[in-house]
Design a protein. Structure first.
Length: 636
């Protein structure tokens, strides 16, 4: 988040240098860089409440006298019905609309508003939109402005499952697909909720009556939409991280005050819809527990002052969490808040006596053996995140995860490997053989138990070569590798059902998961890597479809077999991804050999045309059949 240093300093009543401000923000966990009059602050995903001037100032209240009160319109506002219907109260429990009519618009802004554009380099659009953007910078709550004269009928907030085109207020046309939270009018989308409004109802320089929308959207209903549709949206950036669900009327009254600084207001009306009363979230106030976590003793008065300056309230032995702090769930989180104010560098350090882990650490020779053996059998190693969505009662759950959808350590490698397999199958991979070596965790008798596992998943062809091309992976194939190669005889090989998987492919999926303790006795063969010691470079997987071509070469002189193979393997093209022998037949009676090659073409930039593939294939064929003893049947 970029902000003007003077906008922060103006509300700090004590003198403070740029260097002091920067160091304090670092202590509070906000990496930053000050260049001239602008400070660029890196806000972590769990601190969406700090994506504003107000949020930063609240975090600084333990160090200085700070004014966090903003002038608002204090008079009673008449109510009205904006002809609005909310079909998605779970995704949007609270929403308010403010209707403002002014005598005329203006392009002359007060200094505080003008500086937001001139010094921060933001582009002016029109009065109401500019105030909306400034207010998001100031308070962290996005608002959206509709030109009221362009609203012809009922506005409906709904989840749309239809594929529809939507033109944004930045003139960009996007194709909305699958499920999207939208505002509709006359069955047309006028706003991609929480992301960006539409051109059809956007304000302009001539707008004198505006309908200002201010809502709380559940983050899960907004996450990923701006990325999916390639929309640069500051609103989505804030909604995804969570805004204050209880600030709508305050924000709209502040909006009204800023309008009154720039125009004569003729009429104002307010509508509020609260579908879910805000719960007062709290946790037990256990100061001793927090002191034990931090390793320090904290005086009760200091403990109380720190939390109250951060917006918490302590009543009846409970700590009440402010509505804008959606990242606080436990005493560990409170301890972190205290530690930020004290300063981690100021906490005492103690030596940690760890038990010897020699018997618990995985044998590196066993890992090496597994990797080498499975790689030689055509398997590829994958590495997945250990964090997943909570799957069972014995999961170890993280109190404050960076991703709310991945809040637990996995108890099995199965789901991760299934996702790997499906991802590759969707990209036309017809032979998928993966393994992963990783730790899994579970809670047993309130203790965290770690296990070291090998997971193997396979489906499709055994391999892309003429001996295995027509053979499908089955349980016997996988069992043979486990028994003869890994010396594991009692593993359970599962045939996983595709019934609940997002796939149309029907080939069986085989999976096994083995505790590494079962193969601790194995040692790596020093010669095992002799055939796979070449450098491996990883390349981005294309999202575009592949095209395959099969060519059969008829070779009249068996001495030419190596020549043909070398020429095929040496052939290079930017769009050629893979080539291999899928069929080999030696006809001793007629003294000829037939070799079938499959060529797979794919681009990282676009969908290939048949003509482009045909040109490449022609070069392959003509470079080889110039020899009279080599033919391609049917090619002329």
């Amino acid at each position: 988040m970029k902000a003007l240093v003077n906008d922060i300093k103006a509300r700090i009543k004590d003198p403070i240098s740029n260097n002091e401000l920067s160091n304090l923000l670092f202590q509070l966990g906000h990496e930053n860089d000050i260049q001239d009059s602008i400070i660029d602050i890196d806000i972590t995903p769990n601190r969406g409440d700090c994506l504003s001037l107000l949020g930063i100032l609240r975090d600084l209240k333990n160090f200085y006298q700070i004014d966090t009160k903003y002038e608002t319109h204090e008079e009673i506002i008449d109510s009205f019905n904006p002809n609005f219907f909310n079909e998605c109260t779970e995704s949007c429990p609270n929403i308010s609309f403010l209707k403002i009519e002014i005598d005329k618009t203006t392009s002359h802004y007060e200094e505080y508003l003008e500086n937001y554009f001139s010094e921060l380099g933001n582009r002016k659009i029109n009065l109401f939109t500019d105030i909306s953007n400034y207010l998001s910078y100031e308070l962290g709550q996005p608002t959206h402005c509709y030109d009221f004269s362009k609203l012809s009928s009922e506005i409906v907030l709904k989840t749309s499952e239809e594929n529809m085109q939507f033109e944004t207020l930045t003139d960009k046309k996007v194709e909305l697909s699958n499920s999207n939270l939208v505002f509709e009018m006359d069955n047309k989308i006028i706003n991609l909720a929480g992301v960006m409004g539409g051109k059809e109802t956007a304000c302009s320089d001539s707008t004198t009556t505006v309908l200002v929308e201010c809502a709380f959207f559940v983050p899960e209903s907004i996450i990923g939409k701006s990325v999916k549709y390639d929309l640069n949206s500051e609103a989505a950036h804030r909604f995804e991280r969570g805004v204050d669900p209880a600030c709508q009327e305050f924000v709209l009254r502040r909006f009204l005050k800023i309008v009154s600084d720039h125009a004569k207001i003729k009429k104002i009306e307010l509508y509020s819809q609260v579908n879910k009363e805000l719960n007062k979230n709290f946790i037990k106030c256990d100061r001793k527990k927090i002191e034990n976590i931090l390793g320090v003793t904290i005086e009760k008065e200091k403990f109380t002052n720190i939390l109250e300056n951060l917006g918490f309230k302590i009543e009846n032995e409970n700590i009440f969490i402010p509505s804008y702090r959606n990242d606080i769930f436990s005493s560990n989180d409170i301890a972190e808040e205290i530690a930020r104010i004290i300063g981690y560098d100021n906490l005492p350090s103690n030596d940690i006596n760890l038990e010897k882990l020699s018997n618990k650490i995985r044998s590196k020779s066993v890992e090496t053996f597994l990797r080498k053996t499975l790689t030689l059998e055509g398997f590829s190693e994958v590495i997945n995140s250990p964090f997943v969505e909570n799957q069972s009662s014995n999961c170890f759950t993280v109190d404050n995860p960076l991703d709310s959808n991945r809040n637990s350590l996995r108890t099995s490698l199965r789901e991760s490997l299934i996702n790997n397999l499906l991802y590759n199958e969707r990209r036309q991979k017809d032979s998928v053989k993966f393994f992963e070596i990783s730790d899994v965790y579970c809670v047993n008798d309130k203790k965290l138990v770690r296990q070291q596992k090998l997971g193997i998943i396979a489906s499709g062809r055994i391999g892309n070569n003429y001996k295995e091309f027509s053979q499908q992976i089955n349980k016997n194939y996988l069992n043979d590798i486990l028994v003869s190669k890994l010396s594991v005889s009692d593993s359970i090989i599962e045939n996983l059902s595709r019934e609940n998987l997002d796939t149309k492919i029907k080939t069986p999926i085989f999976y096994t998961e083995i505790d590494l303790k079962e193969i601790n006795g194995l040692e790596a063969d020093s010669d095992l890597l002799k055939d796979i010691n070449k450098e491996i470079r990883y390349k981005r997987i294309s999202e575009f479809p592949a095209i395959s071509r099969d060519i059969s070469f008829l070779i009249k002189n068996e001495n030419k077999i190596k020549t043909v193979n070398d020429m095929v393997q040496d052939f290079e093209s930017k769009i050629l991804k893979e080539q291999f022998i899928f069929d080999f037949y030696k006809d001793d009676k007629n003294g000829v050999t037939k070799i079938g090659y499959r060529f797979i073409f794919q681009s990282n930039e676009k969908t290939l045309t048949l003509d482009e593939v045909d040109v490449a294939i022609k070069k392959v064929i003509e470079s080889i059949i110039s020899d009279d003893e080599i033919e391609v049947p049917g090619y002329s």
